[in-house]
Design a protein around this ligand. Structure first.
Ligand SMILES: Cc1cc2nc3c(=O)[nH]c(=O)nc-3n(C[C@H](O)[C@H](O)[C@H](O)COP(=O)(O)OP(=O)(O)OC[C@H]3O[C@@H](n4cnc5c(N)ncnc54)[C@H](O)[C@@H]3O)c2cc1C
Ligand code: SF4
Length: 331
């Protein structure tokens, strides 16, 4: 294990300034991803700054418009159990409950969750196999290697990894916002702009810069919020990352879809929103099965499966459809 020092942050501005000035310093919240990455030597910070003592960052609040503000230090288990979260946005609570294990959810923070790094086995491999995300310029072992769990959308020759967070998929579907404090003050990042596609710089997962600290995630009030569902397909039921998942939310008017929100997990370097399908679904009844399938298929014309994950294109469409149907039953 790489040696490191550990200190505790008590003031937001000081934490931001320390992180901005010191490239070897990492924020630590629950530590459930960071410590694993350090053991695998995928990242080797010299200094850890514990942010758990920062004030006002673990609250879960209802906003005046009926939306929610979830502090970055709120624990996954607390958010999943919160009555307002469950009532207003079941898709958020479900995505959290299907993630990790009970013990992990008690430790893991919401900020850390959306910052967690890919589970690509080559990235996590302590033997330091070629991986552009781990060691830029070294190559991508997964492109022609084992890529069953990898992307079918938006990948580049530099990296075909997927983003692993479940709740990020729900946040993407709901057009959440990430509230960030940095050296230039506070800014708001739309959730769909928060994670990046790999392009030529797969080592960068998000648009955050040094000195940026996530303080909260806001979910605006949504007509579709209550009729929402998260469906996750994984290789084992006990606890496992998503092979493919879908967050769906829908508003029904006179038996027809007035609006819908659909995002997929396990298929791209970021949560993958099905924008085209959402437009094509408008006006359909949830009973028109063939039309629903055709509408969802419009978002798959640019799918590019790899050698071992051709099945994902079909699976993802089925998961999206089923998630939509279950969400619709709640409308
Ligand atoms: C065995 C196992 C199974 C898992 N299964 C799932 C699963 O099925 N689904 C799922 O979604 N997740 C899963 N996870 C991941 C887990 O949810 C994350 O590890 C956890 O949410 C990370 O939160 P943390 O507070 O522990 O983050 P940390 O490990 O403390 O930090 C993670 C990263 O986030 C950064 N960070 C933390 N807080 C902030 C902040 N406020 N601002 C800026 N940067 C910050 C840290 O610097 C670090 O880079 C699993 C993890 C394990 C170990
Ligand atoms: S897919 Fe990305 S993370 Fe995995 S080996 Fe290739 S570059 Fe590394």
């Amino acid at each position: 294990m790489h040696p490191f020092t550990f200190s505790r942050a008590t003031h937001l501005a000081a934490a931001i300034s320390a992180h901005a000035q010191d490239p070897q310093l990492a924020f630590i919240a629950g530590g459930t991803d960071l410590i694993g990455l350090m053991k695998d030597r995928a990242i080797v910070p010299d200094r850890l700054l514990d942010i758990n003592g920062l004030a006002d960052m673990s609250r879960i609040e209802v906003l005046p418009d009926g939306g929610l503000r979830i502090g970055a230090l709120a624990r996954m288990s607390d958010v999943a159990a919160d009555a307002e979260v469950r009532r207003r946005f079941p898709v958020i609570a479900e995505s959290l409950l299907f993630a990790a294990s009970g013990q992990l959810r008690n430790m893991a923070s919401m900020g850390g969750n959306i910052m967690q790094r890919t589970r690509c086995a080559y990235f996590r491999d302590e033997d330091d196999l070629p991986c552009n995300k781990r060691r830029p310029g070294s190559g991508c072992s997964a492109l022609y290697g084992l890529n069953r769990n990898h992307a079918i959308f938006g990948w580049s020759d530099e990296c075909v990894a997927t983003h692993p967070s479940d709740v990020a998929v729900a946040f993407a579907a709901l057009d959440a916002k990430v509230l960030v404090h940095g050296t230039g003050g506070e800014r708001v990042i739309l959730f769909n702009d928060f994670h990046r596609l790999p392009g030529k710089t797969p080592e960068r997962d998000t648009v955050l810069d040094r000195g940026d600290l996530i303080v909260a995630i806001e979910i605006p009030a949504r007509a579709e919020g209550r009729a929402s569902h998260y469906l996750k397909v994984r290789d084992r039921e006990s606890y496992e990352f998503a092979l493919v998942s879908a967050a769906a939310a829908v508003a029904i008017d006179h038996g027809r879809i007035a609006s819908s929100r659909l995002a997929l997990g396990g298929v791209a370097h970021k949560p993958w929103r099905l924008w085209t399908a959402e437009a094509a679904l408008r006006g359909l009844s949830l009973r028109e099965l063939d039309a629903l399938k055709a509408a969802i298929a419009t978002s798959f014309t640019d799918a590019r499966p790899l050698t071992h994950n051709v099945f994902k294109a079909e699976l993802a469409q089925r998961v999206a459809l089923r998630a939509l149907q279950i969400a619709g039953e709640r409308a």
